[in-house]
Design a protein around this ligand. Structure first.
Ligand code: NAD
Length: 344
């Protein structure tokens, strides 16, 4: 069935991995990418779909409700897959307001526009929008921090600790409320840390690779023992695809890679890969430097994705060991233009 899907934030890290994957798989869908092109966007990362007739970029801000309404009417939007967000925890500590505006108000604008455009009244969809769905893309950070053991599940309590996670938690609750109050067809995915090609330079893995290559020190917060559950970005894209098409209305699905690593393990692994790819006199590990911890730094995130696995058959296809090699190779090419010796 043909759909006209509003994908928000499609020029960011995950969106720009998602759109090419999704358009290749569903060539009959129309994709409208609404992105305000903040510093986090990179049109270079999405240029492969620019040439397609069924793709259009609408540069615009989701906090502008008039514009959101105009786009819904102009393209007769049937579905929404909502990635757009302010996403960097460190920035949220410096400027929480921007996070509240985009992540909370922007999400509310999209929800409310979709409701008015698709529905006649609460629990009653207009005939032409009976199959319409709103997919909200969120994070495991809404659940706060874990100790040494245990996993986040869909039943975990919301305990966001940073302005970023608090704003995402608020947006999740708005999405939930649109199901309970208006009967809107919503689904939410809460995913662990993604890594892979096209991520912004400011994030941990690109920062480590770039600084290592440039001969700078590699900053590691605190004692480097904070743990994240890393998922290759394409596995996240596949989960979004699956939940968007087959997820149960109103349900939440956690997405995670069973790849728990401390920050120092990540840094060591990247250094070891660079030692092989771009050897220098001394190991890149010598450039690692511990720096003052991020305030309120969550200790550990880890996901139990068994609901998504057992109900929808999702599995993380990429292991961390294979995904990090692809990732390091991609950034070497980006930063110094060098093809990896492993590429044909
Ligand atoms: P990103 O920061 O790389 O990209 C965000 C995109 O949204 C950018 O292209 C930016 O220009 C756009 N944007 C920001 N504010 C906007 C606004 N007001 N109007 C329109 N567009 C706007 O983020 P990402 O890492 O690709 O994350 C995408 C989504 O996935 C976010 O909702 C994030 O919370 C969620 N998520 C990310 C991760 C991760 O590890 N990166 C993990 C789980 C969930």
């Amino acid at each position: 069935m043909s759909k006209t899907i509003l994908v928000t934030g499609g020029a960011g890290f995950i969106g720009s991995n998602f759109i090419p994957y999704f358009m290749n798989k569903y060539p009959n869908y129309q994709i409208v990418n609404m992105d305000s092109l903040t510093y986090a966007a990179d049109l270079e990362n999405i240029k492969e779909v620019n040439v397609l007739d069924n793709y259009v970029l609408e540069q615009g801000d989701i906090t502008n409700i008039d514009l959101v309404q105009t786009i819904f009417k102009k393209y007769k939007i049937t579905d929404v897959i909502h990635f757009a967000a302010e996403s960097h925890v460190d920035n949220s500590i410096k400027n929480p307001t921007a996070f509240a505006q985009t992540n909370i108000m922007g999400t509310l604008n999209l929800l409310d526009t979709a409701r008015n455009y698709w529905m006649e009244s609460p629990f009653k969809y207009k005939n032409e929008f009976k199959g319409s769905r709103f997919h909200h893309v969120s994070t495991d950070e809404v659940y706060g921090s874990l100790g040494e053991t245990g996993y986040f599940t869909e039943e975990s309590k919301y305990e966001p600790n940073s302005p970023y996670s608090a704003s995402k938690a608020s947006s999740d609750l708005l999405v939930r409320s649109y199901y309970h109050t208006y009967g809107m067809n919503v689904v939410t995915t809460n995913c662990s840390n993604n890594y892979g090609p096209k991520q912004h330079d400011e994030k941990l893995i690109p920062t480590l690779i770039r600084k290592a290559i440039q001969g700078e020190y590699l900053p590691i917060y605190g004692n480097g023992m904070n743990i994240r559950d890393w998922l290759f970005v394409l596995d996240h894209c596949k989960a979004v695809d699956l939940v968007f098409h087959q997820g149960e209305k109103s349900e939440v699905y956690l997405v995670g890679g069973k790849n728990e690593k401390t920050n120092i393990q990540i840094a060591d692994l990247i250094c070891d890969l660079l030692d092989k790819e771009l050897p220098k006199e001394q190991s890149y590990r010598k450039q690692i430097k511990y720096v003052q911890d991020r305030p309120g730094h969550d200790y550990r995130y880890a996901i139990d994705a068994s609901k998504l696995e057992s109900r929808l058959g999702w599995i993380a296809e990429e292991t961390f060991e294979s995904g990090i090699i692809k990732t390091v190779e991609w950034y070497i090419k980006k930063y110094i233009g060098k093809e990896s010796s492993n590429e044909s």
